[in-house]
Design a binder for this molecule. Sequence first.
Ligand SMILES: [Zn+2]
Length: 411
Amino acid sequence: MQTLSEHYRDLPGLDKSWRVVKVDLELDPAEVRIYLESSGAAVSCSECGNECPLKDHAPERTWRHLDTMQFTTTIHARVPRTKCENCGVKTCHVPWAEPHGRYTLLFEAFAVQVLQAAATVEQARILLRLTWESVQRIMNRAVERGIQRREIETVRHVGMDEKSFGRGHDYVSVMTDIDGSRVLDVVPGHDGEAADLLWNTLTDDQKGTVEAVAMDMWPAFETSATKNVPQAEIVHDRFHISKHLGEAVDKIRRQENNALVKDGDETLKGTKQLWLYNAENMSDEQWTQFEFLKDMELKTATGWAIRENFRWFWEYKYAGNARKFFALWYDWACESELQPIIKVANMLRKRLANILTWFRHRISNGPAEGFNSRIQSLKSAARGFRIFENYRTRILFFCGKLDLKPSIISH
Ligand SMILES: [Zn+2]
């Protein structure tokens, strides 16, 4: 066993105050156990850093380390406790792990890397042979670490959005740094209070740098932005407007389909997705079916054409021309007599000033940043998401662009 002991003397972070006393090898289950002992040199208080007399050693603890040739490898040690004049009895820090961590820094760094590389958290969990709870704890710590290290100098363009969460009708609100393509924070709820909470995660200086906020036409978010970043312009974004129009078309399709089916006409049956796709994303087969449908005398087809036409609005270079386009589009929408479309058109007209701000800032909570699909996929991995905190952790872990790995102390 001499060689194994020697091998582990180079354990990262192990300084002169620790030595390897024993390495046990078990074959069933395959496990390497490394026993460390503190050399009894001077100890410092984990609270204030003063050198203090040693009180005793805490009961043995175990940390999981990187595997050795597929052998689960654990470190076992009794950690010294100091009796500090100022702080009382404190357990010392160990160089190979974070306080209260159950894994070595190297293992945690590796786990973070596996989680980032794996397609799903579940796949990473299996590769790492960890329980859900352990994975969650590693991710919680990684996000905490990342947020402490994060530097936000300026946030010129902020995105405020809500996401449904859990099985019921729970929501979370998400704040993003649009230029940095990163999620800044996540809070429960989607009311004004939630929005205020998000703004309060920024300092006054940071808030002062905000030029524009992209959001849905949601009064609570609007009021909160006006209050917290009065200098910033509000941009009711393209992504949400397109969503409202898409929902209107879907509502028309449902009503029309019900009416047609009553007369034994199944033209619209099973066509839901076709009306929601962008034409450029359709397969040839879908396009053939759709081309036929969209030219039929259908209310749904009219609604679809009105929705589709609105995409030109965003293509203008100047707000003045977009305003003119809107007036024409609005008349067409109203003449259609399609109530769901008229409802959205009226909402847009009422908010037009804060929609035209697009031409100054061109920001959106849109799919460009890839958050929406990523956050969606995190939600669909439903397990362990009963607790809001877990969901927040996962969003920040994967979409926060945080520096997540523990720093390895080298000696
Ligand atoms: Zn102390």
